[in-house]
Design a protein around this ligand. Structure first.
Ligand SMILES: NC(=O)c1ccc[n+]([C@@H]2O[C@H](COP(=O)([O-])OP(=O)(O)OC[C@H]3O[C@@H](n4cnc5c(N)ncnc54)[C@H](OP(=O)(O)O)[C@@H]3O)[C@@H](O)[C@H]2O)c1
Length: 240
């Protein structure tokens, strides 16, 4: 049985593209308010006065504590967070500079820990609140050329599982979704992408619908983790 609540205020990082954007659109369609974090919202127009764009570089880890503390103070009404911002960087370890290693860990893991650190004190006080992480199939198994990306997603998943235990005495529900390949702008900078057949990829809207199901589920249960994958895994390399 699902429960549709009146209006929620949902903080969504990575709201300017892909999964975060599709989720923002669905949440607005469902009558919720969305506070979206991204670096550049010029590429999208949500056409809603219930959408509030916050331009913030989540990779600028030193600036984040002050920025996020201020954001949490400014928005005590936030009752759900979707931690979606992230980037894919793939290659053998020696192809990464030392700086690229910590930059990817900062964005894909540490920034989400910081967002949670800023908002959890107020989320825990609510009767029902949610934090949903977008992990990855890369959080489930280490793969070739994925050492740092997998490490960042394994870290996120471990963090989500530990927080789930930590918050179980409150009304804060912690969940993680681990998608396989989702057809988004994520692949624009990469030399591979899912195959073109509709069975080769997940759509951003599929992930948004899964998020919606988690948010609408009965408060007495927690959906800890969901894995999503395309019916058929087909990877196309740009040079093939
Ligand atoms: N696509 C896939 O196959 C797939 C599969 C599994 C998991 N995921 C995960 O899903 C999440 C969303 O990916 P996506 O497929 O939706 O990719 P996407 O279309 O490239 O979207 C990435 C989002 O993250 C934001 N972002 C990136 N760097 C940022 C920064 N430094 N500061 C603030 N925001 C930043 C981007 O906004 P700006 O560019 O405006 O900053 C954008 O809104 C990521 O965590 C990714 O690892 C994706």
């Amino acid at each position: 049985m699902t429960m549709t609540r009146q209006s929620r205020t949902i903080l969504i990082s990575g709201a300017s593209s892909g999964i975060g954007r599709a989720t923002s659109e669905l949440m607005l369609q469902n009558g919720h308010r969305v506070i979206g974090i991204g670096r550049d919202f010029s590429k999208c127009d949500f056409n809603s006065d219930r959408f509030n764009a916050v331009e913030m570089d989540l990779g600028d880890i030193k600036a984040l504590p002050d920025q996020l503390t201020a954001l949490a103070k400014q928005h005590p009404e936030v009752d759900a967070i979707i931690n979606c911002a992230g980037q894919g960087r793939f290659g053998s370890l020696e192809e990464f500079s030392y700086k690229q290693i910590y930059k990817l860990m900062d964005l894909n893991f540490t920034s989400h820990a910081f967002v949670c650190r800023a908002f959890i004190p107020q989320l825990k006080k609510l009767k029902h609140s949610n934090i949903i992480f977008i992990g990855s199939e890369a959080a489930l198994e280490g793969t070739q050329k994925g050492s740092i990306y997998c490490a960042s997603k394994f870290a996120l998943r471990g963090f989500a599982q530990a927080l789930r235990q930590e918050c179980s005495g409150s009304g804060l529900h912690i969940s993680i979704i681990n998608p396989g390949m989702v057809k988004t702008e994520f692949f624009d900078q990469l030399n591979f992408a899912p195959g073109v057949d509709s069975t080769n990829f997940i759509e951003a809207a599929d992930v948004a619908n899964t998020i919606n199901m988690i948010l609408d589920s009965r408060p007495g249960t927690v959906i800890d983790e969901i894995n999503l994958s395309p019916l058929k895994k087909v990877v196309k390399f740009n040079n093939t």
